[in-house]
Write a protein that binds this ligand. Sequence first.
Ligand code: PMV
Length: 298
Amino acid sequence: MITCSAPGKIYLFGEHAVVYGECAIACAVELRTRVTATSSDTVTISSDLGTTGLDHEIHPYVSLAIEKMGAKKVSVEISSDIPVGSGLGSSAAVTIATLSAINLEFRLGHKNEEIARMGHEIEQKVQGAASPTDTFVSTFGGIVEIPSRRRLNMLECGVVIGNTNKGATPKKTAKLVKHVASLRGEYPEVIDPIIRTIGSFSKKGEILVKKKDYVSLGKLMNVNHGLLDALGVGTAELSALVYAARNAGAYGAKITGAGGGGCMVALTDSPREVASAIENAGGRAIISHFDQNGVKQE
Ligand code: PMV
């Protein structure tokens, strides 16, 4: 019996712009999905969604991960801290933790690079399209510049995630990416500079991460939020949580991920104050930290 856990992620900067080749900074956070794989007589998958065999409707990521590893007789048990479908990389985390637990339980000898690649293939198959960011960050952890995959220094300040508990649907990311593409098609001269400006935050952000300059990182996160709003991926609920976090003293706060509901993220040294402001504004707050560890055996 082997248990592996893999982290979720937030974007410090650059979601949506990264679709157009701009840079982004994605970070693993201390919210984990744990998967226990045990050699067994048949295939069973147990999670909050119920207990099934291979089931591409209820457990699509885990079923594909089991098939990909060629495991015919395995029992997989899942538990997770990561809210599902809210832009925090829950599907990547369950996929990577499952692949790793089966890899170790059956001594298959795959390296983490292969686990990340297989995880990305599984996300592509289930979702139709997926960037390799979530599976990469979940496998290797840390703060990562995309697309170079360069690892940046760790940040020690607190991270508070605010979940609007709205808009969590499996097709949300695809819908919002399409929305930005169509706005760009209509007004390229307006939207292209916004996308390039969002890309420029990551280049500046890299230097600020090195200096651990939380004040300046926060300022740029705030500007990034405004530009995501300008692209039409914000919601009133997301902005309410963002402003509540800033008013409670956060260095900065922004949407994380595709938007249209889902989560926002705040950088702060007073996580309890920020979390309670988010809760008072109607969100669900999760106090977390950056996590330099990717997938690991528990
Ligand atoms: O909400 P998430 O975690 O699926 O993030 C989407 C990030 C986008 O830049 C909008 C799309 C992508 O694939 O990079």
